[in-house]
Design a protein around this ligand. Structure first.
Ligand code: ASP
Length: 341
């Protein structure tokens, strides 16, 4: 029997309605078998731990990601796979952060959660937990089927660093627009083996430094010079994720280009990701409206999601790399987060 560690971090999934007040409140995971009796039938030895303090995932931050990665690292040898119960709001950010912090992964780490609490009749949490455990414990010929950081939701297994939360209501809340699903769960579990990362043969490395001196600049028609400087001028800022239009386009106004040029000359790293949720990647120079971005040194973030770009930059800068090294690594896939382009 495979040994799986399920780690509860907080979020809707672990809530139950207080019969007196009617309000949702976290329940003690020691009583999980009351809420999920099927857990006893699963073909794996499941241990449960709670990462305290429990958080609503809106309060996730680099310190939380590092705590969670360290928690897994310390228990890595004792288990065959990990299932993390997490709030849905920032689950994609955490999945991305974990993939960078845990280098050379050779076991499944699957994040899941739910739109309805486990203690509610129609909860989606039950299937999400049971299927995540089944996938995390699925080994064939001694090898795990998905030795990477994944996100499981509503019958689909995704590469975590390719996902974003797309819907606050549907059970099918996540999308991976630029990378195929790793598996689909119906009567059988169908793995898209070709798209799943290979298990590393190197020992697991835990990274524990992330630099949060980054910011996001989302472009919109009518953006003012003041608004652009309000972001680019943040003291101590090392890198900016600029959310551009379409395939990486931006205004060509001279003031806009000079703001970016001046900031880059002063050592700021600016990477461009697209506001489009799917259908491709930033291609600097494809249109006239992105040619000057390339000339002044904006780096293409390809098909990186904003969610993955946040933790990739925090990780690269946190590792103490020079600007040149960070710029070199942004477009390169480190954990399958970006398509080679
Ligand atoms: N606000 C909650 C959280 O992300 C929502 C959820 O769990 O789905 O922690």
């Amino acid at each position: 029997m495979r040994k799986i560690l399920m780690i509860y971090t907080g979020g809707t999934i672990g809530m139950i309605r207080n019969p007196q007040s009617g309000a949702l409140e976290p329940f003690c995971f020691d009583n999980i078998y009351e809420h999920l009796p099927m857990l006893r039938l699963i073909q794996a030895e499941v241990h449960i731990e709670t990462l305290s303090p429990l958080i609503d995932s809106s309060n996730a931050n680099p310190a939380f990601w590092i705590r969670l990665a360290s928690f897994i690292y310390e228990r890595y040898d004792a288990y065959d796979g990990f299932v993390i119960l997490h709030g849905t709001d920032t689950m994609s950010y955490t999945a991305s952060a974990l993939c960078f912090l845990l280098e050379n992964l050779s076991k499944p780490v699957i994040l899941t959660g739910s739109q309805l609490p486990l203690g509610v009749m129609r909860t989606d949490g039950r299937e999400n937990i049971l299927n995540s455990i089944e996938i995390a414990s699925d080994y064939r010929n001694g090898k795990p089927m998905v030795p990477e950081v994944c996100l499981y939701f509503e019958n689909s297994l995704y590469r975590g660093n390719r996902t974003y939360k797309d819907n606050a209501e549907h059970f099918n809340a996540f999308v991976s627009a630029n990378y195929p699903k790793l598996a689909e769960v119906g009567v059988n579990i169908k793995y898209n083996e070709h798209y799943i990362r290979k298990a590393s043969t190197e020992p697991l490395i835990l990274h524990t430094r992330m630099d949060d001196n980054i910011a996001i600049l989302k472009l919109y028609p009518g953006i003012t010079e003041q608004a652009v400087w309000a972001v680019l001028g943040i003291p101590g800022l090392r890198a900016v994720i600029m959310e551009t239009y379409g395939s990486g386009n931006a205004p060509t106004y001279p003031w806009f280009i000079s703001c970016l040029r001046e900031s880059i000359e002063n050592g700021l790293i600016i990477t461009s990701v697209t506001q489009c949720k799917g259908g491709g990647a930033v291609e600097i120079g494809k249109y006239e409206t992105s040619v000057s971005l390339g000339q002044i040194g904006v780096i293409s973030g390809g098909d990186l999601t904003t969610e993955a770009a946040v933790s990739k930059l925090m990780y690269l800068i946190g590792e103490g790399l020079t600007n040149e090294e960070v710029r070199y690594w942004i477009p390169k896939p480190l954990r399958g987060e970006i398509s080679e382009g």
